[in-house]
Design a protein around this ligand. Structure first.
Ligand code: S3P
Length: 231
């Protein structure tokens, strides 16, 4: 009888221990799952904020005259590099809640250049990775070119001939405050003089890509061949 009782107590205790062990394994699995979920979630949200690129950050900057294709090339390049694409003019428009034309009209060019400087500083000193297309005048004011060059070796000048610029910009004058009042026949001379002033700044870019007779895909391939990837 005593033996039977002790056998029953033993069996009961074993069962309880087994149940406890089972419960512990289940809670261990549960805790591990919660941890993995949280870990994955943090990684995803870090990635969404571009922070995963922090270690290997890469800034690619495109400079060049109006109509040189900086935005079109920048978008395709960013897609191929799996990077964020930023257009400085659009960035300024969003921050200032005004179009570039409105800024020029209501606040003047000097105000626009100050904003251009402010946002170049903000972006180039950030930890973000991106492909950035700048405005045609960005590298020519306030030491912006030096700022960009000290932060990345990937500054590309997209060079386009004057006849090609005339072809591309004749129908788009209205959107561009600097040429909207210039007649079509005066455009070549205006571009010639303007480029004479701006060329020394563009020429400081790490690489010059000749773009006139190339497709967007070819230009992107040329840029990728010269890219300095993060180590
Ligand atoms: C400018 C070029 C424009 C824009 C602004 C001034 C310039 O950008 O930033 O109208 O000084 O050449 P895009 O080169 O993108 O047209």
């Amino acid at each position: 009888m005593l033996y039977q009782l002790s056998y029953q107590v033993k069996t009961f205790m074993n069962a309880t221990l087994l149940q406890l062990a089972g419960a512990n394994i289940i809670s261990l699995i549960y805790i591990t799952r919660r941890f993995l979920e949280k870990f994955t979630f943090s990684l995803l949200s870090l990635e969404n904020h571009g922070c995963l690129y922090k270690k290997n950050k890469m800034k690619v900057v495109l400079v060049g005259y109006m109509g040189s294709g900086k935005s079109t090339v920048g978008q395709l390049l960013a897609t191929e590099l799996n990077q964020v694409f930023l257009d400085l003019d659009t960035y300024i428009e969003e921050k200032e809640e005004m179009s570039i034309s409105e800024i020029f009209e209501t606040k003047g060019e000097i105000f626009f250049r100050k904003k251009e400087y402010q946002y170049i500083q903000e972006l180039m000193h950030s930890d973000m990775s991106f492909v950035l297309s700048t405005g045609g005048g960005t590298p020519c004011y306030s030491g912006n070119m030096e700022t960009m060059l000290t932060k990345t070796k990937n500054v590309f000048y997209l060079k386009v001939t004057i006849p090609e610029l005339v072809k591309r910009l004749s129908d788009e004058k209205e959107k561009r405050p600097l040429i909207k009042d210039i007649s079509e026949e005066d455009l070549p001379e205006f571009f010639g003089k303007h480029l004479f002033e701006r060329n020394p700044y563009y020429a400081k870019a790490t690489h010059t890509i000749l773009c006139s007779d190339k497709t967007t895909e070819e230009i992107v391939a040329d840029i990728k061949a010269c890219l300095d990837y993060p180590k």
